[in-house]
Every structure is written in C-alpha cells, then in structure tokens.
Design a protein. Structure first.
Lengths: 279, 278, 265
C-alpha cells in the first residue's frame, strides 16, 4: 500500500472561498477566566490534598516490597483451622438471618410512620429522623457503638444489623407506601373502615410484593456486613479475620477472605434470582 | 472506479443476504439501489467498505482490492469512501463541528484528535461544507439539538470532508418527512455532480430514485434483477423487484415529478411502495 | 358439568396453600435456628433499655469544646474520599473497557476484567484498609488506597454497563471514516458514556465520604481514628460531637451529589 495522498482541497471549490476562520471547541464554561479559575482551583486542591495525605511516588514505592512479602505470606491459603472458620461463618449467617427477620418486622411500623400519606405529622418526623440516622452511619460505626455499650459478641452485631435494616427497609417501604394508588385507599375509606383496616385492605396488598423483595435484598446486605462487623468485635467471621491480621497469619487471612468472597457472591446471586422471580 | 464481483454474504444465522452481486460504477454517476426491506440493500453497501464482512467475492476501488486488505489497509481505503447513514449516526453529544471534523479522523494523530486541534485546512473545508449544506453558524451547536434534516446535512458534510472517491449512502431519507427527504436527496445529487463523485444510494422510494438517479439497480432477495436507466423502470421491472402489484400509478407520479403524495406514502410506509396502489 | 372444574380449582388452591405454608415454615425454622444458635444470653436483652438510657445520659450534652479537635481529621476524611474516588476512576476506565462485551479485545481480557470487578467489590473497605495498612503503614495514604481499590469494581462495573448500552450506529460512522481503533473509541464511544461517567463518579464519591469515616478504625486515617480513641476513653460526650459531625458531612455530600446528578445527567 502506498502512503495516503496528501489531503488535497476539495476537488471543486465550494460556494465561498476558504475564509481562514479558526475554530476551537467551546469550553465547558463560556467565560475563559472562570474556566481557568475552576481548573486552577481544582489543580490546587489536588496538590494540597495529595500532600496532606502524603500521597507520593516514593512512599508508594516503599510499600512495594512489603506488598510482595505480604502476598508471598498469603499463599497458599491456610484452611487447616477450618473449625474456627466454620464457627465464624455460621455465626455470621445466623446473625444475618435473625437480624433480618427482626429488623424487617420492626421496619413495617417505621415505614408506615414515615409515609406522608398515612402518618400524622409528629410521627412522620420521628420515623424519618430514625431512618435518616440509621442510614447515615455505616454499619461498622453503629457496631462499635453497641460493642462499647453491650460488650463484645454477636448480641451487639445483631443489634447493629437490626438498626441498619430498619433504616434501609423502612425508607424503601415508606417510599412504596407513598407511591400507592390512592383510589384504593379512598375506596376502602368510603366503606367506613377505620385507619387500621384501611392499612390492612388498601395499603398492605399494594406494597406486600415489594416488601418481600426488600427483605431478600436486605438479607444479602446483612450477610455481607455480618462478615465485617466482627472486626470491631460485634461477632461473626470478621473477628477471626482481624485477629489473623494482628498475628501476621496472612495465609489464614486469605482463607477467610476467600470464604467471605464466595459467601458474598452466592448471596448476591441467590438474592438476585429470588427477587427476579417474585417481581 | 468501483467494481464489485460476485459478492456473497451469509450471516452467522445462516441467512443469505447477497447471492453473488456484480456491479461496475464509473464516472460520477448517481446510482440508486432499490428493493424491498430485507432484499440486501444495506448489506450490499456495508460490504463495500466492509462494515459488514462479505463471505465471498471481491470489491475493487480504483484497482485496490478492498476485500483482501488487513485492518490498517482497510482503514486507509475507508478514508476514500464517505458514508451517509439512515439514522444519521452523528455522535450526539459532540458539536456539529466536531462531527464534521470526525470525517478527518483517518488523517490526524491521536493527540490532535483528543485536543481537537485539527489542521487549519480541515477547518476551512468544514466551514465551507457547513455553508454549502446550509448550516452556517451552527458549528458549536450540539448534534442532539438539531432536527432530523439538519442532522443529515451534518452527516453529508462529514462524508464529504473525507475527500472521498465515492459516496456510500444508506437510506438517507427514510427517517425524514417527504419535503426534507426531497431537499436532502437533491443536495446529495448536486454535491455528487459538483465533486465529480459517484454515489451509491439505497432507497425504497421508487419515485424519489427516478427523480434523481442516473442509473437504477433493483435488488430482490439478494440478487440484482434490474440494472439500467431510470426511464427503463416500468411495471414489469418493479414487479420483478417488489412482486406483483399495480405499478402504473407509482410510475406515473414519478414521470410528473411532483410526487408529494407519493413521497408521503413512501415515507410513512417504507418498503411498501405497493401500498400506493391499494 | 360445573362440579368438576370447581373441584379442580379447589385442589389447586390447596396445593398453593401448602406451598405457602411450607415456605413460611422454612423461614420460621431458619429464624429459630439462627436465634438459638447464636451465643447470646437472652435475659441480657432486659438490661438493654436501661443501658441505652444510661449511655444517652453520658452522651448528652455534647462536649462542643472538642469540636476544634475533629476539624482536621474530618477534612482528612473528605480528602481520602475525594482522592480515593479520583484514583478509582482512573483505574476503572481501562477495567471497564475490558469488561464490556463490545470493547474487550478477547475472552481472556473479558474474564480478567470481571475478576478485577468481583474481587474489588466483594472485599469490604475495612479489609482493604487492613491490607493497605500492611503495605503503606497506618495513615491516610492507606485509606486513599483502600477507598480506591474498593471503588474500582463498582465504578468499572457501572461504566462497563454504560459502554455495553451505547448506540452502535455512532461507532459505525466513525469506523466508516477510516479512523484507528483508539480514535473510534475517543469519538464514537467516549462522548456517549460521559454522562454515565460523571454520574457514577459523583455517586461513588458520595458513598466514599461515608466509607472513609470508618476506615480509621483499622488505622487507615480520617475521623474514624478519633472516634475509636474517644470510645476507648469512654468520652461519650465527645463521641456525640464526632457522630454529629459525620452525620452533617454525609448529609451535605448526599445533597451535593444528588444536586449534581440531577443537573448534569
């Protein structure tokens, strides 16, 4: 193949002659000063922040040999203490199942209270406040809090997961209740039914399928979290994982991690399949 | 100029879209390919620049066999074939100018492309073309803010800025209303003459084809069943291409060349020109 | 004539009832199994309300004089989240390209991409934190690395989905002009995924603000370190201040993220 011919001007001159007009892509902000100002501020922030967290190549490079040693010590994974692994995983699983059950039951009144269309104003604010607090804090912070209050062990973990579940399921369910078809509510109220019967006949039938989906989804999340909160002492396999790091038993750490990853993937897959089938 | 020899395309599904098509195109003829949906028009045009890989047969452009080329060689030859699409295929979130200049991507470096620093010659060309297709002052509009007709004009400019040796045009008007269709088709035909560019245009609107064609090829079920002058198209040839139907009205409209009503019919019920008679 | 279908219909209902009952029984048994299996001394539950009340008494009023001490670690938390997100986005881009079916070069790269996504996503940021502290020592750098590694999978997964959903026609048009592969990517694909890119980035940043308040618990920098020490010293009035600060920052980031996404995507 010969090289491409030089880009000739168009074979036949078009209506107007070449004007020599230049063109630049318009910037994301019309005003050039403002545009450069924004870029400058961003660049300055990046430099400041990188310096503040000591993000530099030299330190990264110093980490490399340690990373290599770590990886070498990790392999092969050590499954010899499978009984410890087994009890940890079992505890995580039990924590997840139990707290999902209790959390879901508790989240129903909270969701009703947090739905504008069915709850009176003071109750609404109270329930919304609870949801917003329990959703804002990561599970681990709630866990460390309960561990300090109630001591180490699965009890704190279960409480943590219950609180987090009420926030999650409560919020989603409240949104579903707010989205229901109001015609059905009116129809039931028109029969002379009171507030509780209205809930029973007009609201629950509409949100029930969604609630089941949410509970299954939350079970998946709780299982994930139950493998982690042990790091701060709230029960489950996370405790064993944390200890293995403290004792530099990285091959055991890898074994635990692999089991956690497998568990998380299976839970995610199963929860996806179940939710697909019920909706 | 362009020579297509015995082109065959079998899709992985087993469907044979082209059963050995042979064609020669010289000079600056505007060739319209007509045929019903699924007759292989789109496959035929895409096999020429190998957006669809032909199963058998050869395509030659100025003596270069496109069908035997490896990726780099093919890319080089694609620069010489400007393509215009049915759905315009503009990069929706880029400006009109960037879309037009994207026709020069075969010539510029990665750095030029990412910084949008195209050679001044390309920018001159782009402005000229935008003026010519009637989009003066639109260079910094985003493509998704344009109407269908305007988008197709950008598509035409993008194809022409490649300095192509040939235009490949795939159903350029089937997403447009009849009036816009006509002006777009006229623009393509005029530009083809101005630039001495041969063009292959897929279309299912028979009367539009007859109005602007130098030559018409009829495709039915992957076979070329007609190849000749537009005025040689008659009821018998249309029956061979589309199937039996009363074609007298379709042809009459085309002869009068005021076929607005027919255009309308074709635009709303594409691929079924037969509908006119019914 | 009428009796037979009526009979059939009833049998079917009974079957459904049985099925429902079986599922409910299974769930009940699972919950009982979980409750009895857990190493919890249940009467302890009765002590819970007084304990919580006692705790609440110690937490209030908040010790606002402590506020000055938490400003620098709070800023560090935001820095960790922001830098971690930026790093993650840079790493996620190539991963997304190889884990999208329509841009991955071959099957091997596709599965490599999937593997990176899965391992990044299924390891918690605290665990990434533990590992990064081993690599870089305690401090914010380990936090940035942990947040980045944890976010790569999420970001790459969503970006890959955006790449898989692009309009093929726009890509075809660029290919037809004879552009090379990188240029086809740059002009045909990148503009189409930009809205998803910004949306995912801002969304992940919002999540990361929350997560980086935690990683201090394993020594990876940020407000978590201060929270941990205040709790170890049983300074509950200081804990309250820290929790309020975290709450406020998370709320602000959530609002900013929602506003940005509503405006630009």
């Amino acid at each position: 193949m010969s090289a491409a011919p030089p880009p000739a001007p168009l074979p036949v001159p078009l209506g107007t002659p070449a004007t020599g007009r230049t063109w630049r892509k318009p910037g994301f902000v019309e005003n050039a000063w403002l545009r450069w100002g924004i870029l400058l501020v961003l660049a300055a922030y990046l430099i400041y922040a990188s310096a503040a967290v000591d993000l530099n190549v030299a330190r990264m490079l110093r980490g490399l040999p340690r990373a290599r040693d770590f990886l070498l010590q990790m392999f092969p994974p050590d499954f010899s203490r499978w009984d410890l692994l087994y009890t940890g995983v079992l505890e995580s699983l039990q924590m997840a199942v139990f707290s999902t059950a209790i959390g879901s039951v508790l989240s129903i009144p909270i969701a009703i209270g947090a739905a504008t269309n069915v709850a009176p104003r003071p109750i609404y604010l109270l329930c919304r406040g609870w949801i917003s607090i329990s959703r804002t804090f990561p599970e681990v912070i709630i866990a460390i809090f309960f561990v300090k209050a109630f001591g180490f062990g699965p009890f704190s973990g279960v409480l943590t997961l219950i609180v987090a579940s009420t926030g999650f399921v409560g919020k989603m369910l409240a949104e579903d209740i707010e989205d229901i078809d109001n015609g059905q509510v009116e129809a039931i109220e028109a029969t002379g039914a009171g507030w509780s019967k209205m809930l029973l006949y007009a609201v629950f039938p509409q949100v029930m399928p969604r609630l089941v989906g949410l509970v299954v989804y939350r079970l998946d999340i709780n299982l994930r979290e139950s493998t982690i909160i042990g790091i701060v002492g709230a029960g489950g396999i996370g405790g064993a994982l944390f200890n293995s790091f403290l004792r530099y038993e990285y091959d055991f750490s890898l074994a635990i991690l692999l089991v956690i990853i497998a568990l998380v993937l299976v839970a995610e897959w199963a929860s996806g399949v179940i939710r697909e089938r019920i909706t | 100029m362009l020579r297509v020899e015995n082109l065959v395309k079998v899709y992985p599904s087993g469907k044979t879209a082209l059963h050995g098509c042979t064609l020669r195109l010289d000079g600056s003829d505007v060739l319209f390919v007509i045929g019903p949906s699924g007759s292989g028009k789109s496959t035929f045009i895409r096999c020429i620049n190998r957006l669809v890989e032909p199963t058998e047969g050869q395509v030659f452009l100025d003596g270069v066999e496109l069908t035997g080329l490896k990726r780099a060689g093919l890319r080089r030859q694609r620069r010489f074939m400007g393509m215009i699409f049915q759905e315009y295929n503009l990069v929706e979130r880029l400006t009109v100018m960037e879309n037009v200049l994207s026709g020069r991507l075969g010539y510029v470096s990665f750095t030029q492309a990412i910084l949008r620093r195209f050679p001044q010659r390309d920018i001159d060309d782009a402005f000229q073309l935008l003026d010519r297709v009637g989009l003066t002052g639109y260079e910094n509009h985003r493509a998704d803010a344009l109407s269908g007709g305007q988008r197709q004009r950008v598509g035409i400019a993008r194809a022409l800025i490649q300095h192509p040796k040939i235009l490949l045009v795939d159903e350029p008007t089937s997403s447009l209303d009849p009036k816009t269709s006509r002006s777009i088709m006229r623009l393509i035909a005029e530009l083809s003459k101005e630039h001495q560019l041969p063009a292959i245009i897929n279309i299912h609107d028979v009367s539009l084809a007859q109005a602007f064609a130098d030559r018409i090829v009829g495709l039915a079920d992957g076979r070329i069943v007609f190849d000749g002058d537009p005025d040689k198209v008659n009821a018998a040839t249309l029956s061979a291409i589309y199937g039996e139907e009363d074609w007298s009205k379709t042809i009459a409209h085309a002869d009068e060349d005021n076929g607005n009503n027919n255009d309308n019919e074709a635009a709303t019920a594409p691929a079924d020109a037969a509908g006119v008679a019914g | 004539m009428n009796a037979a279908p009526h009979h059939d219909w009833r049998r079917h209902t009974r079957k459904q009832t049985l099925r429902r009952f079986a599922i409910e029984l299974a769930i009940a048994m699972a919950v009982v199994w979980a409750a009895t299996g857990l190493d919890i001394y249940w009467p302890f539950l009765w002590d819970a309300p007084p304990t919580v009340l006692d705790l609440a008494r110690r937490m209030l009023p908040p010790d606002w004089s402590f506020f000055d001490n938490i400003v620098p670690p709070m800023i560090e938390t935001v820095n960790i989240a922001t830098l971690g997100t930026i790093l993650a986005v840079f790493m996620a881009f190539p991963v997304a390209v190889i884990s999208a079916r329509n841009t991955t070069p071959n099957a091997a790269t596709y599965w490599l991409g999937r593997l990176i996504v899965v391992s990044s996503r299924s390891v918690n940021e605290l665990v990434w934190g533990l590992i990064m502290v081993v690599f870089f020592g305690p401090g914010a750098l380990a936090g940035v690395a942990a947040i980045a590694l944890r976010s790569v999978g999420f970001t790459a997964k969503l970006l890959a989905e955006a790449i898989e959903e692009i309009d093929r026609g726009q890509v075809e048009a660029i290919e037809a002009s004879g552009a090379s592969r990188p240029l086809v990517f740059l002009y045909g694909i990148v503009p189409q995924i930009m809205p998803a890119f910004w949306g995912v980035t801002v969304f992940r940043w919002d999540i990361n603000i929350r997560q980086s308040s935690v990683i201090g618990l394993v020594g990876a920098g940020g407000i978590g370190i201060v929270l941990n020490s205040a709790m170890n010293l049983f300074r509950w009035d200081q804990v309250t201040v820290i929790l309020i600060a975290i709450f406020a920052v998370v709320l602000v980031s959530e609002t900013v993220s929602a506003a940005l996404r509503a405006k630009y995507t």
